[in-house]
Design a protein around this ligand. Structure first.
Ligand code: TIU
Length: 228
């Protein structure tokens, strides 16, 4: 795992050291990706999010095969909702909102079936899962400590949703000095127009927040690594 890898990306190639990189799989929870969860309670059709599952699984498997680090996140709250801002609970004036019983258990509450990660992307025991109360994965979590302790500098970012938790996390990471590669087919939005605009916003202005590539390009690079 020595030497740097280069992935064809926009606005230019993303170069990283595999031993100092991690795959971030953000919020691939039933609550966002399946019917009857928080995403649907917000008024969304969840089907566009399913498109990210298969490519993300291929990338996840490639990271595991290469012995590279993987970190998962889940958005949600303590059962007593003590870490849920009242403003967040009230937002949207939902009939069934955060903490209320839904078809997959209490909405966006840790320990409930809906809060957990979908079976296709189930974390392995050696892959940390960061429980986050906000949209960003750095806010009120130990993610930054974990990245520092493991010498991670580069993040390959996948998950949902592109303009909400992906953007917030990539912006937080960028401000902290991490380099982020967002895989366009491994992130998804409930809104097609937000998906394309959010992707453009990341790579515009010389890569103002990060780089954008595809699962295919990333897999090509990892293939070179595992063959060498
Ligand atoms: N609503 C929406 O698009 N997203 C979220 O509430 N959370 C995440 O993006 N994970």
């Amino acid at each position: 795992m020595n030497g740097r890898l280069s992935v064809a990306a926009e606005p230019y190639d993303f170069v990283f050291e595999p031993s100092r990189a991690a795959l971030l799989v953000i919020d691939m929870q039933r609550d966002f990706v399946e019917r009857g969860g928080f995403g649907e309670m917000l008024g969304n059709d969840v089907t566009p999010l399913r498109q990210a599952v298969a490519p993300t699984r291929r990338v996840l498997e490639a990271f595991r095969k290469a012995g590279m680090k993987v970190i998962h996140t889940r958005e949600g709250h303590r059962p007593d909702l003590a870490d849920c801002p009242p403003s967040k609970k009230a937002r949207g004036r939902l009939k069934v909102g955060i903490g209320d019983p839904g078809p997959m258990g209490r909405v966006l509450v840790r320990g409930e079936y809906g809060h957990d990660i979908i079976d296709e992307l189930k974390p392995l025991p050696n892959e940390p899962v960061i429980d986050k109360p906000g949209k960003g994965a750095f806010y009120a979590t130990d993610l930054e400590l974990m990245l520092k302790d493991q010498g991670i500098q580069s993040l390959v970012v996948t998950g949902v949703t592109t303009e909400v938790c992906i953007h917030t996390t990539v912006r937080e990471a960028n401000d902290r000095g991490y380099e982020c590669l967002v895989l366009e087919d491994c992130v998804a939005s409930y809104f097609p127009e937000f998906q394309s605009t959010a992707i453009k916003m990341i790579k515009a202005q010389g890569g103002i927040f990060g780089w954008v590539s595809s699962s295919q390009e990333l897999l090509k690079a990892l293939d070179r690594l595992t063959r060498s």
